[in-house]
Write a protein that binds this ligand. Structure first.
Ligand SMILES: Cc1cc2nc3c(=O)[nH]c(=O)nc-3n(C[C@H](O)[C@H](O)[C@H](O)COP(=O)(O)OP(=O)(O)OC[C@H]3O[C@@H](n4cnc5c(N)ncnc54)[C@H](O)[C@@H]3O)c2cc1C
Length: 465
């Protein structure tokens, strides 16, 4: 494991706060070692730092009481959605209380005529879409994991549909949140746009629980398109595939999804998902619109792809075939792990201007090879965002240091290309050094906001800054 920094613990405060909250919440506060470990970081090479207790609120008032109690005793509060974040976001470096929001999982309202809904933070994206399907609506943001909408808002998540529908920052209309002083605020209402004051909605989105706990989310919804066409096309090289992506975006084709799998990822998908794809770099696409519109977009893409050596272009509107391909895409993390059973997977998350994408992906492949790392690549390439999943034997020290070198090198490269070290996963503990490299003096203003709203640093300390 890679060590995460620890922070000083307030032992007396923690003991007092746990005692008070135990009285208030009874069995809804747990202190067993296993449940505490589950609520620390579990997904990557960053070591697990367990909280001292886990509490399960049912209401905004429960959350307010937890924060007020912890605030009074200067005890850290770590919000928890489903724990799928990848950069140590839910670790407790100073101990404290993990606030597990999974039991705040009600869909409070769906306003079909306004295309919006109000949910509690523990609703997962799959549960929301199952609920919406009969009403002809869907929520487009789809991280590979079935994450909670509170966690997705807190990490400013996105996924395969972001190229058409944007990220969480574009799809949240307003929030209810409990702030570090225990006050409950609403950052807006259901209007599609507003010029009312500072944009606290977007301040809390991506704040990773460091400025408060989100207790209600008002989301924009989309109508399920009349027609959905999926397509796939194989390319001789990753560079050719990326050039085709760039041209597709520059042509203004309103592609709904455009995902890259490099050769190694295609091999993994074939083996894991029982597919029979040509084992060369692949683009997977989806087009939304009317019957003729979606088909026309697919056809135009096919012509662009051919210019860059794209072969085996196949388009389909059949739901079964489409679902099979996209399920394989969503299973890529697990499929890639099977390339090296027992390995730990470390995902990078750089995002660059689309004109630099081909160069960045190719350089990443070359560097991984130079360092002797097994590192398949997938990417939401319509946004310039891609993930290298480095597959590591954590027992081999030279491999771990090569992976550390690779991750640092790639983050630096993306930043030097006017990109970012994180397109969607967030900063957490793991990417803190790169935030400073990326945004320099701006991080001092972030620190000033944090200090003003949370002077005792109780909200998810040790993250982002
Ligand atoms: C296989 C796999 C694939 C993934 N693919 C993607 C992808 O395509 N796109 C993407 O964006 N991410 C992806 N991720 C990362 C992860 O799924 C996202 O970051 C997700 O948004 C985290 O949601 P969660 O509910 O698991 O949150 P957690 O991991 O529980 O929490 C994440 C952060 O949000 C805070 N938080 C949680 N709930 C609240 C709340 N109610 N109020 C305030 N703060 C809160 C936590 O304190 C923490 O800092 C992937 C992860 C895995 C394991």
């Amino acid at each position: 494991m890679v060590q995460a920094a620890t922070l000083p613990r307030n032992e007396a405060g923690i003991e007092t706060a746990v005692g008070i909250l135990k009285q208030r919440f009874g069995d809804r506060l747990q202190t067993g070692a296993a449940i505490r470990a589950q609520h620390g970081h579990t997904t990557t090479w960053i070591e697990n730092q367990s909280p001292d207790a886990v509490v399960f609120p049912h209401s905004t008032e429960d959350v307010a009481q937890i924060i007020r109690t912890c605030g009074a005793h200067k005890v850290p509060v770590i919000p928890f959605g489903t724990g799928t974040s990848l950069e140590g976001h839910v670790n407790a470096p100073a101990g404290g209380i993990s606030v597990d929001l999974t039991q705040m999982n009600r869909i409070l309202a769906v306003n079909t005529s306004d295309l919006d809904c109000i949910v509690q933070p523990g609703v997962t994206r799959e549960d929301l879409n199952t609920h919406l399907r009969d009403q002809g609506l869907f929520f487009p943001i789809d991280p590979g994991a079935n994450a909670s909408l509170g966690g997705m808002a807190a990490t400013r998540a996105s996924g395969t549909n972001a190229v058409r529908y944007g990220t969480m920052k574009d799809n949240v209309l307003s929030l209810e949140a409990v702030m570090p002083d225990g006050q409950v605020i609403r950052t807006g209402h259901r209007a599609r746009k507003s010029s009312a004051g500072y944009d606290l909605t977007r301040l809390l989105i991506g704040a990773e629980g460091t400025l408060g706990i989100i207790t209600e989310i008002t989301l924009r919804l989309q109508g399920i398109p009349e027609a959905i066409t999926s397509a796939r096309c194989s390319f001789p090289t990753v560079d050719a595939a990326c050039q085709a992506v760039m041209m597709t975006i520059q042509y203004g084709i309103p592609v709904a999804r455009i995902e890259l799998l490099d050769q190694m990822s295609v091999q993994a998908a074939n083996a894991y998902s029982g597919l029979d794809l040509p084992e060369t770099p692949l683009l997977l696409l989806e087009f939304h619109g009317s019957d003729s519109g979606a088909a026309e977009q697919a056809e135009t893409f096919g012509q662009i792809a051919a210019e860059f050596g794209g072969v085996d272009f196949t388009a389909t509107s059949t739901t079964e075939e489409r679902n099979k391909l996209w399920q394989a895409r969503h299973d890529m993390y697990w499929a890639s792990l099977q390339l090296r059973p027992g390995a730990q997977g470390i995902s990078t998350d750089v995002c660059v201007p689309i004109s630099r994408l081909a160069e960045c992906v190719t350089a990443a492949q070359d560097k991984a090879q130079e360092l002797g790392l097994l590192a398949p690549i997938v990417g939401h390439v319509g946004d310039g965002n891609f993930h290298t999943l480095v597959l590591l034997d954590m027992e081999i020290a030279t491999e771990v240091s090569a992976a550390e070198e690779f991750v640092g090198w790639l983050n630096d490269l993306a930043i030097s290309m006017n990109g970012t070290c994180t397109g969607e996963h967030g900063i957490g503990q793991g990417k803190r050094p790169y935030l400073v490299k990326e945004l320099g003096a701006a991080t001092a203003y972030m620190a000033a906001i944090k200090a003003a709203l949370d002077p005792d640093n109780i909200m998810n300390p040790g993250k982002i800054l």
